[in-house]
Ligand binder design. Structure first.
Ligand code: HAX
Length: 440
């Protein structure tokens, strides 16, 4: 069965579960909120629903119930590769089913039809100052495509119907995930290669074509596939996924929603951390290692200097995770298994940071999680393969994150989730409830 038909069947089967929960069990309590959570970024409050992925503090992410190694093992592989295509992962994220090879081939073919980015989008991005951050270019490029939104057209058609609205979100979602690598490759070539653009190779799957379009090696094709899959989804509470969900909950179309999500991803406490890690590591080498090999002692001193200057150690800590991020480990394993990369000087420094930073952060005593997250490792791989422009790394994250965000809002509409509208309170109210020992 084609992806959209499978999805339709699954959404229709799922709807009665949501109706039953709200109608029969709507008043059942699943959480309570403390003053700490109210002031401290709503941490851990159970108030979002998604079946696309789940993040366990100890175990890490599961996509559709599968750990990262299980996901990579289960999905059909790209031709001549040990890694799955991004297209097969998209099928899996949307439906929860491991696709057959013909089902994957169908998605690959469909994305080829959808991937043509209109010239006015390239023109809009090209009109920006070349010094603009590539995340600005990506967000502008996605927003510029809004003119083509099928969801917005459906909403304005006078025939809007909540039961089928997801179908036009799905159409936009597929267009966005097919086009975002093309747009990102355009931005890369515009910004770092004097606008020497490379045409799409229609014989390639998404990850391989991205590698081709940024002038990368054969080996990088697997890097792209792995990277986009690993960065796709991290349940719904992180800034980029939550922003996309929030904006779409107002029935803003997927272009508005994902452009907003990307703006959140561009924050240094979120997706920008991957460029910050490279920046930190390079500055560390420049300042502390003039003519000498990096050592654990030098790294320890540099980490303390960063902390004493009131800054965070980029790539370490997490709002939910309480152990080393399995996405970090997957990339570390990739480095260890790639001849050349495992002896790469930058990988050695990053590995030394891994040995030292958790101890330093524990001694510092603030962070609840001293372990590395996804961003601590990702830049090393990119840098090794010649993507040395580290302000581009968050764009790569944004290409991957589109998969999770788009799968989620397709389901949001399918299940008719409400406009998001939490309640705010005043400081005086908090003080009153504090004095009374709670809100009665
Ligand atoms: N270095 C120094 N201090 C840190 C820290 C780090 N890596 N991580 C947390 N802390 C500090 C916090 O700033 C906070 O300090 P204050 O009490 O002074 O405000 C304290 O420890 C408690 O924070 P926490 O509860 O452990 O962590 P939060 O949930 O508040 O924040 C962050 C989670 C990821 C934002 C945080 O760990 C951080 O800033 N890390 C560095 C930036 C980073 O790597 N971000 C990427 C995270 C993964 C991701 O989203 N990728 O996109």
């Amino acid at each position: 069965m084609a992806l959209k038909d499978t999805l339709k069947q699954k959404i229709e089967e799922h709807r009665p579960r949501i109706t039953k929960l709200t109608k029969e069990f709507g008043k059942v309590k699943i959480d309570e909120v403390t003053i700490d959570q109210c002031i401290g970024g709503a941490r851990d409050i159970r108030s979002l629903v998604t079946d696309i992925s789940y993040l366990d503090p100890q175990e890490g992410i599961r996509f559709r119930g599968k750990t990262i190694p299980e996901t990579f093992a289960a999905l059909p592989k790209a031709a001549g590769s040990n890694y799955p295509t991004v297209e097969s992962f998209w099928y899996f994220l949307l439906t929860g089913d491991v696709p057959t090879q013909p089902q994957v081939d169908e998605v690959v073919a469909e994305w080829k039809v959808r991937q043509a980015v209109p010239q006015y989008v390239f023109d809009a991005v090209s009109a920006l100052p070349i010094e603009s951050h590539p995340m600005v270019m990506l967000s502008v490029g996605i927003l510029a495509m809004q003119k083509d939104s099928k969801f917005a057209a459906f909403y304005n058609s006078g025939k809007f119907n909540k039961m089928v609205a997801w179908e036009s979100v799905y159409e936009d979602a597929c267009d966005i995930v097919a086009r975002i690598p093309i747009l990102s490759a355009f931005i890369y070539n515009l910004k770092y290669r004097g606008n020497k653009q490379i045409a799409i190779d229609p014989s390639l799957d998404m990850g391989a074509n991205f590698a081709h379009m940024i002038g990368q090696s054969e080996e990088y094709k697997d890097v792209a596939r792995m990277y986009f899959i690993l960065h796709s989804d991290h349940e719904s509470g992180n800034v980029s996924a939550h922003t996309t969900h929030l904006v779409h909950s107002a029935l803003s179309d997927p272009y508005y929603a994902y452009s907003a999500g990307l703006n959140g991803l561009a924050g240094p406490l979120h997706g920008l951390a991957n460029q910050e890690v490279l920046d930190w590591t390079m500055k560390f080498q420049e300042k502390y290692c003039k003519g000498v090999e990096p050592t654990k002692e030098l790294i320890k001193n540099a980490l303390w200097d960063t902390l004493n200057a009131g800054q965070v150690i980029p790539g370490y800590g997490h709002a939910v995770l309480r152990k080393t991020d399995p996405r970090y480990m997957a990339q570390r394993e990739f480095c260890q298994n790639t001849p050349g990369l495992k002896d790469d000087p930058l990988f050695k420094v990053v590995s030394m940071i891994f040995e030292v930073a958790p101890g330093v952060l524990t001694e510092h005593g603030k962070t609840k999680n001293p372990w590395p997250n996804v961003d601590a490792q990702s830049g090393v791989i990119q840098y090794y393969f010649g993507l040395t422009e580290w302000d581009f790394y968050t764009v790569l994250f944004g290409v991957g994150r589109a998969l999770g965000c788009m799968a989620n809002i397709t389901w949001d509409r399918g299940l008719g989730y409400a406009i998001e509208r939490p309640k705010s309170v005043t400081t005086a109210m908090l003080e009153k409830w504090a004095a009374e020992g709670g809100r009665n």
